[in-house]
Design a binder for this molecule. Structure first.
Ligand code: ATP
Ligand code: MG
Length: 396
């Protein structure tokens, strides 16, 4: 069965394909996600077959558009736009010539090499012979071409399967990772900075569904600062799908900390409250863990001592996917996923309100807890939670 009216894409699922008995589950989740993102295109069909996913769209849908959407899907290792033909040597030879003619015209291709494989072991010609014979057919049909087995302009992949043969020339890399929704739900502490959006992306890439909490200190932080975070979240929703964001005012907590605790401790005290409030939000919303954009040693509140003190405030697991990354590497990922430009827009963050001049870099838990005993912790958590607003974040 060949389909002259359809564009075909072969999608490889990378790590999801290694999951043993769970493989069908991972592949099903991946196919569902692809289906969801491509449903806006005419005539889209998504089918799983023999460990691959085959996507078909109407010919009128531009290839770039389909590839752009599929590149947002976690769990895809690579994508190959392909053509198909009957699985017999004559049809394959003719199709290969037609395919290469098109590449000569559009890309000025001069050299090629055929790579053949037969998933259908009953096909009468063995792979090396398919390659040799199709190579000869292409040379005969496309006089300008020559074979270069070392550095060809293009590889011509011939993939013979039961009832159909696919021909393609490139493998476009996806993000890899695991399909969204295959690995629990995490609550990310999302600031307007560079780091936490990258942390969100990295956990979602491992299949984790995301929810977010953002803390502000209105009116010390502006309405515009909040809009910026919502816009940043929308960029993340492109990859993470629609998610909920909890928006919470920490100003009453900050005022109590500033009034009652030593000035150099205010940042670490605030961080402990952020974690506690986030822990409550997580538990109320079925999130298994917290996610932050902390990276070891990046600022005073991210030294190893500070992280120990911060962690001690909650019992829920805290994931810090950026912990061992350098800032330049984090910035590279931010650029790659499209959050960087938004992150560097200059708006105030609640962490920078009442910022101490000399924050402690080596806080000790006993001392921090002692200072904290001047506060009504439970009451402050309740006050913060009472300000909670919940909004839906849609893909940008
Ligand atoms: P980022 O670039 O993500 O803002 P940062 O390097 O500025 O991080 P901090 O301000 O110390 O570092 O924050 C560390 C982490 O705490 C952030 O990555 C984020 O997960 C969380 N966080 C900080 N501020 C907020 C906020 N206003 N709302 C929610 N989470 C926050
Ligand atoms: Mg920040």
């Amino acid at each position: 069965m060949t389909e002259e009216t359809k564009n075909i894409y072969i999608v490889r699922s990378g790590e999801a394909a290694l999951k043993g008995q769970n493989k069908p589950y991972f592949e099903k989740m991946l196919a569902e996600r692809i289906k969801k993102l491509l449903k806006k295109f005419e005539g889209t069909e998504v089918r799983r077959h023999e460990g691959l996913i085959f996507v078909r769209t109407d010919k009128s849908v531009p290839e770039e558009d389909v590839i752009r959407e599929m590149k947002k899907v976690f769990g895809i290792q690579s994508i190959s736009p392909a053509v198909s033909c009957e699985p017999d040597m004559k049809s394959i030879g003719e199709k290969a010539v037609e395919y290469m003619m098109d590449l000569i015209e559009k890309k000025g291709v001069k050299t090629f090499k055929v790579e053949a494989k037969r998933a259908d072991k009953s096909f009468p010609v063995k792979s090396p012979d398919i390659a040799r014979r199709i190579g000869a057919a292409v040379l005969k049909g496309c006089k300008v071409l020559s074979v270069d087995v070392h550095e060809p302009d293009v590889y011509l992949f011939v993939d013979v399967r039961p009832g159909i043969c696919y021909i393609y020339q490139k493998k476009i890399a996806g993000f890899g990772g695991l399909p969204l929704g295959t690995n629990g739900k995490g609550l990310v502490l999302l600031s307007g900075g560079i780091d936490s959006p990258v942390a969100t992306f990295m956990m979602a890439k491992r299949g984790m569904q995301i929810e977010a909490v953002h803390f502000h200190s209105y009116p010390y932080t502006s309405e515009r600062a909040r809009v910026k975070v919502e816009e940043l979240a929308s960029i993340l929703a492109v990859y993470c799908s629609r998610f909920k964001m909890h928006i919470i005012n920490m100003l009453p907590v900050q005022e109590e900390i500033v009034k009652n605790c030593p000035q150099e401790e205010t940042t670490i005290q605030l961080r402990r409250f952020m974690m506690r409030v986030a822990e409550r939000v997580a538990k109320n919303n079925g999130c298994d863990m917290l996610i932050t954009g902390e990276s070891l040693g990046q600022v005073a509140s991210q030294t190893s001592d500070a992280l120990v003190v911060t962690d001690a405030s909650v019992s829920i697991p805290v994931m810090r996917p950026l912990i061992a990354l350098d800032k330049v590497d984090i910035m590279d990922i931010a650029r790659d996923i499209g959050t960087y430009e938004k992150s560097i827009e200059p708006y105030e963050d609640c962490c920078t309100v009442f910022l101490p001049k000399h924050p402690v870099t080596r806080p000790k838990l006993a001392k921090i807890e002692k200072s904290e005993s001047a506060l009504d912790v439970e009451q402050l958590i309740e006050t913060a939670l009472a300000s909670e607003e919940i909004i839906d974040i849609y893909p940008a």
